[in-house]
Design a protein around this ligand. Structure first.
Ligand code: CA
Ligand code: CA
Length: 152
């Protein structure tokens, strides 16, 4: 009985080893490893590559607390959707983001829609690339409460 169990155990071990070797073999070739890496990058949406640091950098959508792209900053990750600004503060600031952005700089390469209400409701405006100052934001200056990435 013991021998039989031990043999079964050995067989299981050999089969397991065999399977794991089969699964592992292509990784040694390199192809799945590269795929895996790419998958990780896509999953992270490059979040880890553009720091949310209060500095408006390429690939980011930036909201400023004052006109002319001054004051406090919030730098959103590429194509980040934010259904509500409630509870969000400008980076390194006590100032609430909700209803407090007066200028926008879109460096992301994506198109956004900004809204005066949460959950992508109310008056809205399409944000293409570039700088949108207070005057161009019109009624949405000091009133943006959500934004959605709509494409590129
Ligand atoms: Ca940044
Ligand atoms: Ca609002």
């Amino acid at each position: 009985m013991f021998k039989r169990t031990a043999l079964t155990g050995l067989l299981v071990a050999v089969v397991s080893l065999g399977l794991s070797e089969v699964a592992y073999a292509p990784v040694i070739n390199g192809t799945p490893a590269a795929d895996e890496l790419q998958g990780t990058l896509q999953d992270d949406q490059m979040l880890s590559y553009v720091p949310k640091n209060g500095v408006c950098e390429e690939e980011e959508l930036c909201l400023f607390s004052r006109d002319n792209f001054r004051g406090d900053v919030y730098d959103f990750a590429p194509c980040e959707n934010v259904p509500s600004f409630f509870g969000i503060r400008f980076i390194n600031s006590a100032r609430s983001l909700n209803n407090n952005a007066e200028s926008v700089w879109n460096r992301s390469g994506y198109i956004y829609e900004i809204y005066d209400l949460s959950n992508y409701r109310g008056q809205s405006m399409e944000i293409l690339g570039g700088r949108i100052n207070e005057d161009d934001l019109g009624a949405l200056a000091d009133d943006i409460s959500s934004h959605q990435c709509t494409g590129n």
